[in-house]
Design a protein around this ligand. Structure first.
Ligand code: ATP
Length: 346
């Protein structure tokens, strides 16, 4: 019986149209997984390549002039939106009586490394799932490279932007080996020979610093290794496809529960699979942009450039990472210092 470690969902760069596990006939029964999944394909899209990216233009520089003010009402985004990959516009989401998101708006641009921070239960994972198309907003819109997405990601959506969600729990299939977990998408959805997939798996594992673990089961790995396997699974791609779309990876607390050194390893890995600016638009199958939900200061410092602060259902502050600790916004100051006294009540 197939089961997922601590999570109902598989990373969203999977096609969910799986009725039979073609290459795992002996070991897998997907029925428990299929009951939990939502009926959709998570590839999403549109074809136009981003325009006017300049390789000499760092995103920090791009935003610095426009994000000086901490007053969001006067905040100026860059005027040119041709490099916006994902936009959330006035997104609302409630669960029963709980109004979690109350008008969240932001843009993720090509080449960016963005962090979403904020107190527990404020809706950070929820907004990631909405960006990934796993949850639909109650109100408001999500635009994928300028095209409005209606509801959840659907099989009908054209290809053009891959969105991957790396779950906090790693979400590995317990009964599959590391090789089968990392290569799952390719075993299921590609016509590549097994040896070729196996080679790609080994390459992806090497990219995240793992060697010789292909035949192990998830239960034989440490928590940090599981997170790295999940990262390897998120970056593997079908190299036989004609065109490989740029990809945005969404990481939900990738360093939660890791010791400081293991956190550094994962933070550097997140950086290393990311290609910035012009390079990102030219390299096949590389991560163009990523978004990290995190509570860890080290991850904020090491892995992201721009921060969005989510509180009481809205983005209440945004700025470059180095502005986080010097901000005069009382909410940010309290959060950055961990002070019990301040506007954030527990
Ligand atoms: N599917 C759901 N059904 C009901 N309530 C939900 C669901 N998903 C999330 N919630 C609730 O919405 C709120 C926000 O959850 P979410 O996981 O997005 O917060 P978060 O900011 O990521 O929290 P944390 O930092 O603790 O991980 C929580 O109160 C949670 O219980």
């Amino acid at each position: 019986m197939l089961s997922l470690s601590n999570s109902a969902l598989f990373p969203v760069t999977t096609s969910y149209g799986i009725s039979r596990p073609a290459r795992f006939p002996k070991t897998i029964n997907l029925s428990s997984y299929n009951q939990k999944r939502e009926p959709r394909n998570i590839f999403c899209a549109c074809m136009a390549p981003p325009q006017n990216l300049r390789s000499d233009e760092s995103f920090a520089a791009k935003f610095e002039g426009s994000l000086k003010s901490e007053d969001l009402t006067t905040l100026r985004e860059p005027e040119d939106d041709s490099d916006v990959l994902i936009e959330c516009r006035d997104v609302h989401k409630s669960f029963g009586e709980k109004h979690i998101l109350r008008g969240v708006s932001f843009k993720i641009r090509h080449g960016e490394a963005v962090g979403i921070i904020g107190p527990s239960g404020t809706g950070k994972s929820t907004i990631l799932k909405i960006m990934a198309g796993l949850l639909a907003p109650d109100k408001g819109e999500v635009y994928i490279r300028g095209q409005k997405r209606d509801g959840l990601i659907s099989d009908e959506e054209l290809s053009g932007l891959r969105i991957g969600l790396v779950f906090q729990s790693a979400a590995l299939f317990d009964s599959l080996t590391v090789r089968e977990n990392v290569g799952f998408l390719l075993y299921e959805n590609s016509s590549m020979p097994e040896e070729q997939i196996s080679k790609l798996v080994t390459d992806s594992l090497a990219a995240v610093g793992l060697k010789g673990v292909e035949d192990r089961l998830p239960s034989e790995l440490s928590g940090g290794m599981k997170k790295r396997v999940a990262l390897a699974r998120s970056i593997i791609c079908d190299t036989t496809k004609e065109a490989i779309e740029p990809e945005v990876l969404l990481y939900d607390e990738p360093t939660a529960g890791l010791d400081p050194i293991a956190s550094t390893v994962v933070e550097d890995l997140i950086r290393s699979v990311h290609t910035e600016g012009q390079v990102a638009s030219e390299k096949r199958g590389q991560i163009a942009s990523y978004v990290v939900v995190t509570h860890q200061h080290s991850t904020i410092r090491r892995a992201v450039d721009r921060l969005l602060f989510l509180y009481e259902g809205k983005i209440v502050w945004q700025g470059m990472t180095d502005e986080f600790t010097t901000s005069t916004n009382p909410i940010v100051q309290q959060f950055a210092s961990g002070n019990l006294v301040g506007p954030i009540k527990y």
